[in-house]
Design a protein around this ligand. Structure first.
Ligand code: MN3
Length: 383
């Protein structure tokens, strides 16, 4: 039977690559829902090609454009953020790929889980903000959360056949981003154009800035905690500039398993969509001859402070990771608009961690309120 997929964020980097994977396996996958925030043109093109049951354009001012293009094709068109939460409940959906960027992924993901849809999780912020809530809901509703993030997919792949064997620790690899080896003096004056040049991965703007600041790895540390049920001291980060070893698991006998391959997001996307099967692909193959040395080094947490903040948030628990995430989203947005310098992003996050009320056992309402308060306070630090 075909798996019908809903892609939240189909016009972004993960969304477009997911559609390539789906197109290569038309007998296995169908497209049930596509959504986009602003890119109406590409959404219309994708919908005309993949014939989903419904699309959502979040930006309401673009509704008329999308409706007039797709209504003749018998595709339902909705708009607004609230529609994201209802469209994932459609009964024909087997799996929801959450490829939205940031906090906006939280509410639709909760709706999808409650409607018993399996989740292919590309929106790491969902687990960062509300990992305890999301993993509990997933368990209650017996849905799988399959990681799409390459590091977490790597760990998940290493765990296949090992789920009864306790993990001693995991090692998340980080490329180190474009500023690996640079010092604070250098970082003070870097511009977004430099930060947006990632050495190995082609990604959206927000995650590319997060990679340059090591915030991305920090968010991934928190994501890993929830996906694999780990304590902070079971998670290690190592910088691996070639991005070939995608992450490792160490078991209680001391054995280490790694998953390797060229840096290509289509592989983890396809693994999540096709799980538990490995589908045949024509993705370029890794060749050791082109990589005579794979190197590893310690991350520089003194210079790239965000990674340290993430570990602090993890140890604090409660709503602290939600604070870090909201502060970071505001800071990155300000950096992309040339309103703050690269290092100021960390200062904004630190101020928010010290200022926002700590809640030990947050409810969904607490998370929503924490996110709102943090954004407001972070904005005040910027203007
Ligand atoms: Mn990653």
């Amino acid at each position: 039977m075909k798996r019908n997929i809903a892609i939240l964020g189909s016009t972004g980097s993960i969304g477009t690559q997911a559609l390539e994977v789906i197109e290569a396996h038309p007998d296995l996958f169908g497209v049930e829902v596509l959504t986009a925030q602003n890119n109406a043109g590409l959404l219309i093109e994708q919908a005309a090609r993949f014939k989903p049951n419904a699309v959502v354009i979040t930006n309401e001012s673009l509704y008329d454009q999308v409706f007039s293009a797709l209504d003749p094709l018998d595709i339902k068109v909705y708009c607004g953020e609230k529609s994201l939460a209802s469209v994932v409940e459609n009964e024909n959906i087997h799996m929801v790929l959450t490829a939205l960027v940031g906090y906006v992924g939280l509410i639709p993901t909760i709706h999808a889980i409650k409607a018993k849809k399996h989740i292919a999780l590309a929106n790491k912020e969902t687990l960062v903000v509300a990992g305890e809530l999301i993993t509990r809901l997933a368990e209650e509703n017996q849905v799988n959360i399959l990681p799409v993030d390459s590091e977490h997919s790597a760990i998940f792949q290493c765990l296949v056949g090992e789920f009864h064997n306790p993990i001693e620790k995991i090692i998340l690899t980080a490329s180190g981003g474009p500023f690996r080896g640079k010092d604070t003096d250098f970082l003070k004056s870097v511009k977004k154009e430099q930060a947006l040049k990632h050495p190995n991965w082609e990604m959206g703007a927000k995650i590319t800035i997060d990679s340059a600041s090591l915030m991305n790895k920090g968010l991934e540390v928190i994501e890993a905690k929830w996906l694999f049920g780990l304590t902070p001291d079971q998670i290690e980060v190592i910088v691996h500039p070639q991005s070939i070893v995608h992450s490792l698991v160490q078991f209680e006998d001391g054995s280490l398993k790694a998953q390797m391959g060229l840096p290509d997001m289509k592989l983890p996307i396809q693994y999540a969509l096709g799980f538990p099967d490995r589908l045949k692909s024509d993705f370029p193959r890794f060749d050791f001859i082109h990589y005579p040395s794979l190197t590893f080094e310690k991350p520089d947490i003194a210079t790239f402070r965000n990674l340290g903040f993430a570990f602090e948030a993890l140890k604090a628990g409660g709503n602290m990771a939600c604070v870090v995430n909201a502060a970071n989203e505001i800071a990155v947005d300000a950096f992309l608009k040339d309103k703050v310098g690269f290092l100021t992003m960390s200062e904004v996050i630190e101020k928010c961690m010290n200022k926002i009320n700590f809640v030990q056992n947050p409810t969904l309402e607490d998370y929503i309120e924490t996110d709102r308060q943090t954004r407001a306070f972070a904005l005040e630090q910027i203007i």
